[in-house]
Design a protein around this ligand. Sequence first.
Ligand code: ZN
Length: 465
Amino acid sequence: MRLYNTLTRKIEEIKPAREGEVGIYSCGPTVYWNQHIGHMYAYVQWDILVRYLRSKGFKVKRVMNITDVGHMTSDEDAGEDKMEKGAKREGLTVWQIAQKYIDQFMQSMDLLNITKPDVLCRATEHIPEQIELIKKIESNGFTYKTSTGLVFDTSKFAGYADFAKLNLNKQDSGSRVEVDPDKKNPWDFLLWVTNQPNHIMKWESPWGVGFPGWHIECTAMSVKYLGETFDIHTGGKEHIPVHHTNEIAQGFGAIGHQTANYWIHNEWLTLKGEKMSKSLGNVYTASDLEKKGYDPLALRYLILTSHYRQGINFSFESLDSAQVALNNLRELVLAAKFDKGRPTLSAEKREKVDGFISEFDEALGNDLNVSKGLAVLWKALKSNIPSEDKYDLAISFDEVLGLRLNELNSKVQDTPEEITKLVNKREEYRNNHDFENADKMREEIEKLGFVLEDLPTGVKVKPKK
Ligand SMILES: [Zn+2]
């Protein structure tokens, strides 16, 4: 499989550090508010990545963090801890806020059929690991103390600017300068915060009572669960200049090298060209869409029509189209499912089936081109290969696409055998252009309480309402 690696700015072949296994770390949600569909965009895309690698036989270990402490209202250490802000807003404790929004996140994952990570780890449950890592960074000489806490000295890491191609001379770091006047460089960032005595979540540490900076949790937990070198690290493109740049610096400071061989970043889901955000008031959650009468899987379908590095401009018109397309797709899959009898594949059709399989595989393997994979599914369903082969292909592609096509059922399944026999007889007559007898069959079927619908893909049987 090939993916675009931000580290090298190239599409590269993924070569796992351990043969047959792939370790993936994904920056997860900060659980102080709802995870909206802008957030869920990335999680659907990474779900496709995990599913695809598993379909290729890789043993994937997927780790995702839950940020429940230390993420300030700005990514650059400024402002208030988002968790405490959320707690004040809702009159709950920080711990209740965390639980409330973890639940909301898990519910959105379910609605969008996103596979659960193998490890879902909370920052507050890994304080000792973070302290241990900071101690290593400190003993390697990468830190200094200020009145705000313990700071990472970015000037000690010569490659600090490389990952994000930052221009450190420009000092266009905005709020970074105001955050802590004692910082030697505006880029330096907090590893441990000690100057907030009123912060509710706090722990003892060698640097005083306080709490970890936002970035250290990801380095500590990825190393704990995936080792000092692992394969893939995912995140939104906004993480490149600060969060991931700092993770790379922390890896270097603690263990002498950064941790992930492939850093993969997604573009955003936007609404009218703007990033979805609470401050703009343009926020929808997966369950909001459900309340509006949409199937959440229509959003998943819509996301599948985009490439993770292109993002998508969300609109309700496009969601409507996705809903229609998904419904049509389901019709085709159902028609294939209930079309009985598998004729022997001719060599020509066998070749077609194999062609669809390799085209799908090639699309996904080529930097996760899932929209092309979806197009291959459509092409297969509309082709002249036998229905059962169509159905088999749909179910196998759907292990990657995750549209729950294997759960589809229609009333057809409950059709009594007697009716099925009549339907098949009618098909025989129709194939022989004996429409008179075919119509008689239809009448008989209707007398027995069933109606027929002739679709381009075959005939559908439904009980009369
Ligand atoms: Zn992270």
